[in-house]
Write a protein that binds this ligand. Structure first.
Ligand code: PEP
Length: 250
């Protein structure tokens, strides 16, 4: 369907020196990748990561951005700041931001607007909590998260949006969605895109699966018809495992 993209989400891991070392380890292992490869690093690692990826096709993502250009927002980082540094991607709406830092569908939408206005490619995370899956409302939850985040996003701007379906119960738990569960929800998200825009937009958009994807289960997940890549947490911190996942995305 969409272009394959494998992105690592390093979360709050690695110092700048460690980031350089990990990227230098990853680089030769993914040199022949046929998909896009991205590493999502902590803010303070961005200069080191941007330097280390030089000479490779690896893109660099920040893990959040504020919706205002500048102002009295202590501790925050804006989209123009990221753009000026040469950052290409930003992860928005990750469940850890929603759960621990008060991000909501509305703030995710505002961040999305700022990111797109500044030429960043957004990896938009959506996904249900375990209770929501058990109550049978997964499709409604991800549809509503997707629709609100994309409010005001034009069809042409979708080229700069990747959607990551990340069931919260599968993140960092070692409990992966089955390939069928992952594919089912990715297909539902694609149907939401078709409804919001049209069938061409739905076909072209990249929809990743994320949640305990690893070197052992990646090939099966990535072989699903509606799964166009992965957002990888824990396994992206191990160069060899990350490379196995990248090279499974053919
Ligand atoms: C994530 O943080 O986006 C993620 C999918 O983490 P993990 O792969 O560790 O479950």
């Amino acid at each position: 369907m969409g272009k394959y993209v494998i992105a690592g989400n390093w979360k709050m891991n690695k110092t700048p020196a460690e980031a350089t070392a990990l990227i230098n380890e990853i680089k030769p292992l993914v040199a022949d990748a046929t998909c896009d490869v991205v590493v999502g690093v902590p803010f303070v690692d961005l200069p080191a990561a941007l330097e280390a990826v030089k000479g490779s096709k690896i893109g660099v993502a920040a893990q959040n951005c504020h919706w205002e250009k500048s102002g009295a927002y202590t501790g925050e980082i804006s989209a123009p700041m990221l753009k000026e540094m040469g950052v290409g991607y930003v992860i928005l709406g990750h469940s850890e931001r929603r759960t621990y830092f008060g991000d909501t569908d509305v703030t995710v939408q505002k961040r999305m607007r700022a990111a797109l206005d500044n030429g960043l490619t957004v990896i938009l995370c959506v996904g249900e909590y375990l209770e929501q899956r058990e109550q049978g409302v997964t499709a409604e939850v991800v549809a509503s998260q997707t629709k609100i985040a994309l409010g005001g996003v034009a069809k042409e701007e979708l080229a700069n949006v990747i959607i990551a379906y990340e069931p919260v119960w599968a993140i960092g738990t070692g409990r992966t969605a089955t390939a069928e569960q992952a594919n089912e929800v990715c297909a539902q998200i694609r149907a939401v895109i078709a409804g919001l825009y049209d069938a061409d937009a739905a076909k072209a958009v990249t929809i990743q699966y994320g949640g305990s994807m690893n070197a052992g289960n990646a090939a099966e997940l990535l072989a699903q018809s509606d799964v166009d890549g992965g957002l990888i947490g824990g396994a992206s911190l191990k160069a060899v495992d990350f490379a196995v996942i990248v090279n499974a995305a053919k």
